[in-house]
Design a protein. Structure first.
Length: 211
């Protein structure tokens, strides 16, 4: 387990992983990038499908929740072998390792060969400093260009969930849907605090009900 250089992340350890005391592993970056478990569980329920890709799985917070809800298999990808090791060991703690295919690689390079019903995108945000920007720019601030990443994912499936900083430009997220198409932007709160946004596309968008 990495040394935590900010006490507030340590105090939130059980919100990241409820099974933290059973030996959860995180590298330094994982402490400020993992999705809180309650939010990850909510997203997983909305993304329930046969096959889902977690394109930037990190230490496995979302991957584990997908494995608990996915009908068949979760494909978990990360370019960092340390993060992938953490994700695999954490999945063992939650008893879902056998439902996950772990792939060490770059999603940008792997995308043309992948198939899935749903893709979850949570690429690196650039560290906690992203909050200092008035508006988070997906194109300029996500390594690899957040729009390009989305376009690659959309060639695999239209059903995409995009987990982004809470100060992301909503117009950028809406434009990703394309002409005459819609997206749904959800605010993700934890204990009354806005943590992030999740934009849903394709069949993941909740259809409005008629009264």
């Amino acid at each position: 387990m990495a040394i935590v250089d900010n006490a507030r992340y340590w105090y939130q350890r059980y919100s990241y992983f409820s099974q933290f005391d059973r030996g959860i592993l995180m590298d330094r970056e994982g402490w400020f990038s993992v999705t809180p478990e309650a939010i990850a569980h909510h997203i997983a329920k909305r993304c329930q499908s046969d096959v889902i890709i977690d394109a930037y799985c990190g230490c496995g917070g979302n991957t584990i929740q997908f494995a608990l809800t996915c009908e068949r298999v979760v494909i978990a990808i990360d370019i960092d072998p340390v993060k992938l090791h953490c994700a695999r060991e954490n999945a063992k703690i939650y008893g879902v390792e056998d439902r996950i295919e772990f792939i060490h690689g770059n999603f940008l390079e792997l995308a043309p060969s992948l198939k899935a019903d749903v893709i979850f995108l949570s690429p690196p945000w650039g560290g906690p400093s992203y909050l200092s920007a008035n508006t988070y720019d997906l194109i300029q601030m996500i390594p690899g260009n957040g729009q390009h990443i989305f376009e690659l994912a959309s060639k695999i499936t239209p059903n995409i969930a995009y987990f982004v900083p809470r100060n992301t430009d909503p117009q950028q997220l809406a434009r990703l849907a394309g002409p005459s198409r819609v997206c749904e932007i959800e605010q993700n709160y934890l204990r009354g605090n806005l943590k992030a946004l999740t934009a849903y596309y394709g069949d993941l968008v909740v259809k409005p009900t008629r009264s």
